[in-house]
Design a protein around this ligand. Structure first.
Ligand SMILES: Cc1cc2nc3c(=O)[nH]c(=O)nc-3n(C[C@H](O)[C@H](O)[C@H](O)COP(=O)(O)OP(=O)(O)OC[C@H]3O[C@@H](n4cnc5c(N)ncnc54)[C@H](O)[C@@H]3O)c2cc1C
Length: 346
């Protein structure tokens, strides 16, 4: 039996991977989700402005599509959706870069060729044309999380409590006197409190989003310029997000709202009403790579964290790679292995 502490997208991806492999586990969560519930759930393969592919996107995208569809079938719910993303170019160079990359084989499956319709796309700031991308998706995060919790509750393998670190015994790998094979810590930004992994460089990047109602915005495409607008059905749209580095304040703010509304004017001049505002904290690593691996002194303690801005893209495949590493001895991608920080200390 393994123990997973924290059930955001990191802990849930691990739990579903273990479930699919028939590996027994127990999940513990404080029910204080900081990020996975707030996330828009957009999975965008392209980093705009520089028009580059997101890190390891060719590995992540096919895996996540298969993963979320399998989980939909398992829990009997629909939360994974393909979406077209339309980028409004910020300047001439961005359009030139898009045209150049679109001809390259490694980009042509992601970037569509710009057509006259793309150039004519009606938008307040369409001064340089627009382009659309392929292989983009979004996860309805609230549905995904609620259904995942319901599924694991029905299997009686999730417990809701905030762990007290003094209840762990690292010599026997136990928690509250129950012994486990491995203990996986997947607790997002509260990692700083963890006695064994807390010194790793996870930055707390606060983000806020708005949900708006509009009768004018398109429901079949996600628009992107200074912010994104993601249609979520019933004429509702998620808009965001803000970036506030090094903040652990979980409250929504007037400043966040004003910033999103200012950015929204680059995508629409039509009236809308605000339905909801949310705030969360992304666990971000200084080198922008996740943090996975075994503790140097207590190898039965494992970390899965640092998913930053792309948890829904990276977590499914990384969870599977982490299990292969921990349980089957496969090599872990050195770019995500926590050992990269141990080396620096020497
Ligand atoms: C505004 C915003 C928008 C975002 N948009 C996107 C997006 O569009 N696409 C995307 O892929 N990503 C997005 N992200 C990023 C994404 O949310 C994160 O990458 C991801 O949620 C991190 O997941 P996690 O499981 O590591 O952490 P969390 O989701 O924070 O989960 C940690 C879990 O650990 C539990 N926990 C913590 N401490 C304890 C303890 N002591 N005892 C027991 N349980 C504990 C908490 O209750 C929580 O459920 C966004 C984030 C924000 C804030």
């Amino acid at each position: 039996m393994h123990l997973i502490v924290g059930s955001g997208i990191a802990g849930l991806s691990l739990a579903f991977s273990m479930y699919e492999r028939n590996i027994p586990f127990k999940l513990i969560d404080a029910k204080k989700n900081y990020s996975s519930l707030v996330a828009a759930g957009l999975i965008n393969p392209i980093v705009f402005r520089r028009t580059t592919k997101s890190w390891r996107v060719d590995d992540f995208t096919p895996y996540l599509a298969s993963f979320y569809k399998r989980i939909e079938a398992l829990v009997g719910a629909n939360f994974f959706h393909p979406i077209s993303i339309r980028r409004i170019f910020a300047h001439e160079q961005e359009r030139d870069e898009w045209c150049k990359k679109q001809l390259q084989s490694e980009y042509s499956s992601y970037l569509n060729q710009i057509t006259s319709e793309d150039d004519a796309f009606s938008n307040p700031k369409n001064n340089f044309g627009t382009g659309t991308i392929e292989h983009a998706y979004y996860v309805s995060t609230v549905t995904f999380m609620e259904e995942a919790y319901r599924f694991f509750e029905s299997k009686q393998c999730i417990h809701y409590e905030e762990v007290d670190y003094s209840d762990f015994n690292t010599t026997t790998t136990s928690y509250k006197n129950e012994t486990y094979e491995k203990i996986f810590f997947c607790q997002g930004y509260t990692n700083a409190e963890n006695p064994w992994f807390g010194s790793l460089p996870i930055q707390c990047t606060k983000g806020e989003t708005l949900t708006i109602h509009s009768t004018k915005l398109p429901e079949d495409v996600s628009l992107n310029l200074k912010c994104f607008i993601l249609p979520i059905g019933h004429q509702q749209f998620k808009v965001g997000a803000t970036y506030d580095w090094n903040s652990t304040d979980l409250s929504i703010t007037e400043k966040g709202k004003a910033q999103i509304e200012a950015h929204l004017t680059t995508l629409t001049n039509d009236p809308y009403t605000i339905v909801e505002q949310k705030a969360g904290i992304r666990p971000t690593v200084l080198d922008r790579r996740p943090l996975l691996g075994k503790h140097a002194e207590f190898p039965n303690l494992i970390l899965f964290n640092g998913l930053g801005t792309k948890g829904y893209m990276m977590a499914p495949l990384l969870a599977s790679e982490l299990l292969d590493h921990v349980l089957n001895g496969a090599m872990l991608d050195p770019e995500v292995n926590i050992q990269r920080f141990a080396k620096e200390k020497k």
